[in-house]
Design a protein around this ligand. Sequence first.
Ligand SMILES: Cc1cc2nc3c(=O)[nH]c(=O)nc-3n(C[C@H](O)[C@H](O)[C@H](O)COP(=O)(O)OP(=O)(O)OC[C@H]3O[C@@H](n4cnc5c(N)ncnc54)[C@H](O)[C@@H]3O)c2cc1C
Length: 345
Amino acid sequence: MPTPRPELSVERRANLRAFNTFGLPAVASTLVRVHSEAQVKQVVDHPEFGPAPKLILGGGSNLVLTRDVAAVVLKVEIMGRRLVAETPEAWIVEAGAGENWHEFVAWTLEQGWPGLENLALIPGRVGAAPVQNIGAYGIELKDRFDTLDGVDLITGRSVTLNAAQCAFGYRDSVFKHALAGKTLITRVRMRLPRPWQGVLGYLDLQRRQHDSGISAPDARTVFDWVCDIRRAKLPDPALIGNAGSFFKNPVVSAEQCRDIIGRDPSVVHYPLPDGTAKLAAGWLIDACGWKGKSVGHAGVHDRQALVLVNRGGAIGAEVLTLARAIQESVYGRFGIRLEPEPVIL
Ligand SMILES: Cc1cc2nc3c(=O)[nH]c(=O)nc-3n(C[C@H](O)[C@H](O)[C@H](O)COP(=O)(O)OP(=O)(O)OC[C@H]3O[C@@H](n4cnc5c(N)ncnc54)[C@H](O)[C@@H]3O)c2cc1C
């Protein structure tokens, strides 16, 4: 006799406010918690859930919910962490998609496998990290990525994808395009190169090196520095709802960058190897006078203009109205169209 499959954990009319770091209200008609690849396949085979559109939910730290959700919400709670292989060139470490990203980073360091320290304290779950190719302090996920496993939500087949197949870009991947909502990531493997070499090019980290007099910090020290810098700069979603950086840093041509510098010499910009330049979206927003301003219950953070916040009781529509007003004023002054970073639903 085949072993009976455990019942799926299903909630009807689930309140999503606690499941998104912006704290925006929305109700999901159906929420299913998936704890294993087998349960994801069970959902695909299910007579009610299988054919229905789906929304995959991790920690909800990169989402702006503007309405109730009719799609079946799959809350990913697949756990587990392990060392897959150790070679003279690298450690390959794996985590289930439901693991907390920061705890995974801290755990790898405790085990003596450094390499993810610059990505410390990024909220969310491991499974969402490849979706937007998370990045911070000079490293992107793709720089340490090995492969990932997922389940095709239409056929129920297991898939394993390498970096090329994930098509990573700046805060971008195939999971935001062709595979959006179609492949649920179940496990992610990271390749941590040996010997470890710190990535310390980022200005804030260079300042720390200078101020501390530590010219060759170890990975644990870099981890602590990154955590300190982030805590000082970014509002904690547990205290004030937000989704981190609300807009991507725009990339402009060399000519457009020269034109903006001509008019605003203090514009914060980073020349890129291909001759284009990345502009600091936070600087552009601040230059338009938005820091600390509000629309209804949604506002621009008082210290970090790139972060939109829930001042208490905000709804998604207010966040969108504020975001559009910011986009228009930045476009009006600089001719640059800012693109939102979070997924807007
Ligand atoms: C204070 C703060 C600081 C932040 N700082 C950074 C930063 O420095 N760098 C950075 O890159 N990001 C940053 N972010 C954004 C966010 O933390 C990351 O994008 C994170 O990876 C989102 O994880 P999550 O589990 O919360 O994803 P969610 O918000 O739940 O989902 C995000 C998207 O991924 C999809 N998804 C989630 N899980 C899966 C899965 N298992 N399979 C397939 N698709 C899935 C969802 O459908 C959705 O489209 C920050 C956010 C906050 C609130």
